[in-house]
Ligand binder design. Structure first.
Ligand code: ADP
Ligand code: ZN
Length: 646
């Protein structure tokens, strides 16, 4: 398929062509040092994460930059911190009210003056925000892209002292991304309307195409590109064929009993069914999907954020704006429609940097389900005269194909994801230690060659006109009415694999497809046929390998921690952690904010580890700046003193 030509190719940007900014390097260096000190006192962070210093340096130098960091990589600080020291205020463009509200609350907790201009404000409230802006009282202003497009708005901001612009979730501007929002396209106008204001674009989607699109759509051809390491070493990835789903999901939940988790399912009915099954087994969980009343959705979300609910079983409608950083597991009950979605959804696990697990259960039927859905909506859009839908379908099918190859493949999951996003993965001979492939949980299946031959011959017997479900039934010798009527029970391949479970046979078929030995027809009927390589395998002329789950992960010792893996750290007192957690929960209830807004789990563990006895010692704890110390300090010190006394 022909790619439209773009003006900027990030891979070939000449470093000399990068805009050097308007401030000289020595001054930037000095300001950056001052900024580090401000970050320590305000946010309580003594170290910067990878790319944060570079991004802040770009903002201070007055140059445009694109920051690509994974979810949880610390993008917000890249604009929040420089805003403290710039003359004027920083505008943050954000796609969702929930994301804005979360950041505002967290900034408030750190004593940073910030506000939002959005449609929920009354006219007099809006006037008050403008008043504070013009008076120079605000350091950050959040607004939606639609708002920014309204006539005269950007110009008004410039007059009020706009110093810098941050475009959050910048991939929403790209057609190639998975989250395209037409209103983001209007941001291309920003440069023209505020020509001297540097723009910092931020995203967690790093595919070169999307990066390219962000730069050309925002009109930042000379932007400095800062692409972080995409690996999430604290996540353990596992991908399994789907079998007894209820049991499989429960096993994961049980490994993390009492901790927070999200289970993603495709359909509303699936979320309800899975949630009911988990609830029967005593899990504190609820379903969440677009079919629920707004009020119920809000209730589920609030319960999850306030730690009154451990597990949410949701469609992908749940997640954007969910900033609970101690999510210990994310389960996918079926195949996501692309690697980007998978990375984004699993990215919600372990944002606090502590260990978390991501498990995907899939089957070939997910693939065909998606494809039919995509083809159907394309046909409908075409009938309605929408242009360009064929090309979009091709793109969507490409992305689905990548996801399918990833799931069925046997490449280290960390490596695959890093490379998918255009990064280099430094492979270690002993493996990554954090995926089913490297942990040796996928054993190769014995007798693969013969199994493959049996399956491929059966496909031929079925005249290459039936799908995987039918072929599986024939191989397993299911004497169904349909099969008998067709006479397929008389095939020599009938019942050849009767000693194997259906999900196993199905998984072998899926693997033959992902290796390209079997081809699935496009269109209404996903029938199987042999490729040229499949014919060779059937004739025994070439070899084939299959993998199957070997060790159930529930037996792996490194996973047996309870209730949260952090409690396993030998130098942390689990009772103290629990006491602090309860204090946090109580305070969060009193103040009607989610607990993680007060302080996150890393701060919690650091408190338990250091056990500060004075305000000065408290300031050394990660995530505690001056405002937090003044605000929560007395209560924290009291709780710590009580604990010492027991
Ligand atoms: P992103 O937007 O990239 O997904 P966030 O900005 O939400 O990530 O940051 C994730 C978490 O990391 C937040 O809890 C944030 O407070 C924390 N964080 C950011 N920078 C640092 C740092 N330099 N040191 C310690 N924690 C940090
Ligand atoms: Zn690995």
């Amino acid at each position: 398929m022909a790619m439209p030509r773009r003006s900027v190719d990030p891979a070939t940007v000449d470093p000399a062509a990068v805009d050097p900014g308007t401030v000289d390097p020595a001054t930037v260096g000095q300001r950056l040092d001052e900024l580090r000190a401000r970050i320590a006192t305000t946010f309580g962070f003594d170290e910067l994460r990878p790319m944060q210093a570079e991004a802040m340096g770009a903002v201070l130098a007055g140059r445009d930059a694109l920051v690509v960091l994974p979810t949880g990589g610390g993008k917000s600080l890249c604009y929040q911190a420089p805003a403290l020291v710039l003359d004027g205020f920083t505008l943050v463009v954000s796609p969702l009210l929930a994301l804005m509200a979360d950041q505002l609350r967290s900034l408030e907790g750190h004593g940073v003056p910030a506000a939002a201009l959005n449609s929920t404000l009354k006219p007099e409230e809006q006037a008050a925000v403008w008043e504070r802006l013009r008076a120079g009282e605000l350091k950050l202003l959040f607004c939606s892209p639609e708002r920014l497009a309204s006539p005269g708005f950007a110009e008004g901001l410039v007059r009020a002292g706009l110093a810098s612009i941050a475009v959050d979730e910048a991939h929403c501007i790209s057609h190639w991304g998975h989250d395209f929002r037409p209103e983001y396209r209007q941001l291309g106008e920003l440069r023209r309307r505020a020509p001297h204001v540097p723009i910092l674009a931020l995203t967690a989607t790093a595919t070169p195409r999307v990066r390219e699109d962000i730069l050309s759509e925002l009109g930042l051809p000379h932007a400095l590109q800062l692409v972080g390491d995409f690996d999430r070493p604290n996540l353990t990835y596992r991908i399994r064929p789907r079998g007894d789903l209820g049991r499989q999901v429960y096993d994961v939940v049980q490994r993390h009993s009492g901790s927070a988790g999200i289970v993603y399912a495709l359909r509303r009915t699936d979320t309800e069914e899975i949630a009911a099954g988990l609830a029967r087994r005593g899990v504190r969980c609820l379903p969440y999907h677009a079919g629920l009343e707004n009020e119920e959705r809000r209730r589920v979300q609030d319960m999850f954020l306030s730690e009154r609910l451990d597990v949410v079983v949701a469609t992908v409608a749940f997640g954007m704006g969910i900033d609970r950083s101690d999510v210990r597991f994310v389960v996918h009950a079926s195949l996501p429609k692309g690697v980007e979605q998978y990375a984004q959804e699993t990215g919600r696990a372990g944002r606090d940097g502590l260990p978390a697990e991501c498990v995907l259960f899939y089957s070939g039927s997910d693939f065909h389900g998606w494809r039919q859905l995509m083809e159907k909506s394309t046909a409908e859009a075409e009938a309605a005269g929408v242009p360009g839908v064929r090309e979009e379908l091709e793109n969507a099918l490409d992305r689905l194909g990548e996801m399918w190859a990833f799931a069925g493949g046997t490449t280290c999951r960390h490596r695959f994801l890093v490379e998918h996003f255009g990064g280099d993965f430094a492979a270690k001979p002993e493996g990554c230690g954090g995926c089913d492939v490297c942990l040796g949980e996928l054993a190769s299946v014995e007798g693969a060659k013969v199994l493959a031959q049996k399956i491929l011959s059966c496909v031929v017997h079925c005249r290459q006109s039936y799908g995987a479900a039918h072929v599986t039934e024939v191989l397993r010798g299911a004497r169904t009415a349909k099969l008998v009527e067709l006479g397929h029970d008389r095939f020599s391949t009938f019942g050849l694999l009767k000693d194997h479970a259906a999900p196993f046979v199905r998984s072998l078929i899926d693997q033959l497809v992902s290796k390209g030995h079997l081809v699935v027809a496009r269109g209404t009927y996903p029938t199987l046929s042999l490729s040229a390589s499949g014919v060779k395998v059937m004739r025994g002329e070439s070899d084939v390998q299959f993998v199957a789950p070997a060790t159930p992960p529930s037996k792996a010792p490194r996973e047996r921690s309870r209730p949260a893996p952090i409690l396993d750290a030998p130098d942390v007192d689990a009772d103290l952690v629990e006491r602090l957690r309860q204090l946090r929960r109580r305070l969060a209830r009193e103040r009607a904010v989610p607990p993680y807004i007060l302080f996150n789990d890393r701060t919690l563990v650091d408190l338990a580890r250091r056990r500060p006895t004075s305000e000065a010692e408290l300031l050394a704890v990660e995530g505690i700046g001056q405002k937090k110390a003044a605000d929560l300090g007395p209560l924290l010190l009291e709780a710590l003193a009580e604990h010492r006394a027991t």
